[in-house]
Write a protein that binds this ligand. Sequence first.
Ligand code: GDP
Ligand code: MG
Length: 215
Amino acid sequence: MSKKSYDHLFKIILIGDSSVGKSSIIFRYVDDLFHDSYVSTIGVDFKTKTINVNDNLLKLQIWDTAGQERFHSITYSYYRSAQAIVLVYDVTNANSFENISKWLRNVDEYAGEEKLKIIVGNKCDAEDLRAIPFEHGEKLAKKNNIEFIETSAKSNVNIDKLFRNLSKVLLEKGTKLTPDGNNSFKNYTGEADYSIKSLMSYTQSSVNSLKSGCC
Ligand SMILES: Nc1nc2c(ncn2[C@@H]2O[C@H](COP(=O)(O)OP(=O)(O)O)[C@@H](O)[C@H]2O)c(=O)[nH]1
Ligand SMILES: [Mg+2]
């Protein structure tokens, strides 16, 4: 009889235009590798990493997208079982930033229910080529009431923090958010359905630590 090797399983998916660095972020996080020229297709749909957060073993199943990105249409089935959605753009590519709004609409349309979301501006190491200032990313995220962080898969900036803090929020949701519990989430209404559906309104206060700059 095998004992479960983790306490919680969280599914996190990365979406965004092609070439923004989604696969690179996952590679860096899971394998601590970076490929400068070309990141080959992962070959499987997800990679897993088990981390310890507050004495809980969390198994993160991190899903990549390959190919579908250019259609801006990831299927409902891809979104529905995820607990968290990471929307990635490339700070050196204005188009990829403008398309974040499309990706957000896509999530609203297909995810079915509210998910924990975060906008990620990747490639913040490439300061010379930067097209989107940090503040623009921050403003877009604020407008949509979701969190924001800049990362670099290349220089390994904020990659660990991105997943660790997402995991903390997911864990808090699972372990602390009870109808009569003394939770730290603002706007909590005390509804019986305190599952992930209600999470998004609370994330503003609970993941403030995600709000940090980059390079
Ligand atoms: N400078 C820089 N380049 C990156 C970074 N992340 C990815 N890249 C490069 O951007 C290209 C596309 O990356 P990839 O992970 O395949 O993007 P995906 O299509 O979103 O999965 C590759 O040439 C990577 O080496 C980063 O943080 N900084
Ligand atoms: Mg890829």
